[in-house]
Design a protein around this ligand. Structure first.
Ligand code: AMP
Ligand code: ZN
Ligand code: FE
Ligand code: FE
Length: 302
């Protein structure tokens, strides 16, 4: 009998039925707009059973998120690492979601600190380019407003405050941060990132691997190599993937034996997507948990 055939064992979902699992979200520790505490509460209110906090290049939100998690919400601690594939010219940036890694692993900690510092340098340079064109934005103000890991969404807010663009989306168009005022940052070599995450007991999953609307994407051949190097999965269900792109990701994951995730990539009001807009299946989630040895998932505090 298949699980759909009727009253089988009690499903693992806290809210009855299949658990709702969102494995990619951002808080004010990077470029989201909800604090880590508000994010875990909002996740439960949105009907989620499992939430991963995956701020860019930082674990700063882990403690406040853990302390605030409401009854019934399981927290998966993670991060989204700013990576780059240097095997082509020019190099291609990509994002790796790392789950349940040891947040004290020295090499990984050092690399995250380095890339956060590189984001500061790059942010300040983007602001200098804007100012050189007579656009009145202020780095110190942007830096203070950001609080945690700084990124282009924070510069976008300054452009909105200055009345130059109406929305974050507009700030990411080619005339603004999407191209004209876009600078590369000094990211982590993607093979090194996979290795450091695995060494720290973490589980690496490539975020939005086919998101052509964000820019250039890496070839399948790289994903094949990364799978051999320890990549565990691919994010298929993501708002930046077209239906055809989602299918392609699923097919490639199937060929390579990689797990497949889906997630909102929630950023609060910096994006329009809602918590739980895309979700991950129980089996993929369980594979991630089983493969991890850095830190445990945090279940109900009660
Ligand atoms: P950065 O990390 O500084 O390169 O900025 C990229 C971040 O901005 C990523 O987290 C994206 O999710 C976000 N982002 C990219 N494009 C957009 C967009 N059109 N609207 C809002 N956020 C975006
Ligand atoms: Zn972001
Ligand atoms: Fe991303
Ligand atoms: Fe993200």
């Amino acid at each position: 009998m298949s699980p759909a055939d009727g009253p089988g064992p009690v499903p693992p979902g806290n809210s009855g039925g299949r658990p709702r699992i969102d494995l990619h979200t951002h808080s004010t520790a990077s470029d989201g707009t909800l604090t880590p505490a508000d994010l875990v509460r909002a996740a439960r209110e949105a009907g989620l059973d499992v939430l991963a906090l995956t701020d860019h290049d930082t674990t700063a939100g882990w403690e406040p998120a853990a302390a605030a998690r409401p009854p019934g919400l399981t927290l998966v601690r993670g991060a989204e690492l700013s990576c780059r594939w240097y095997g082509t010219e020019p190099s291609i940036p990509l994002h790796l979601l790392g789950y349940l890694f040891d947040p004290h692993a020295p090499e990984l900690v050092a690399e995250l600190a380095r890339v956060r510092a590189a984001r500061e340098v790059r942010g300040e340079r983007i602001v200098a380019m804007l100012r050189a064109d007579g656009i009145d934005v202020d780095w110190a103000e942007i830096r203070t407003a950001a609080g945690g890991t700084v990124g282009r969404p924070h510069i976008a807010q300054a452009l909105i405050r200055a009345g130059l663009v109406a929305t974050t989306d507009e700030a990411f168009t080619p005339n603004w941060l999407g191209e004209r005022y876009r600078l590369p940052k000094d990211d982590i070599d993607v093979f090194r990132a996979v290795r450091l995450l695995r060494q720290a007991g973490g589980v690496p999953v490539m975020a939005h691997p086919r998101a052509t609307r964000r820019g250039r994407i890496v070839p399948d051949s790289l994903i094949v190599e990364l799978a051999a190097a320890g990549l565990a999965g691919l994010e298929a269900e993501h708002e930046d993937h077209s239906p055809a792109e989602r299918d392609a990701v699923r097919a490639l994951a199937g060929e390579l034996g990689l797990l497949v995730t889906g997630s909102s990539d929630f950023h609060g009001t910096h994006k329009t997507v809602r918590l739980g807009a895309h979700t991950t299946g129980t089996e993929a989630y369980e594979r991630i948990v089983a493969a991890a040895s850095g830190v445990p998932v945090l279940t109900d505090q009660g």
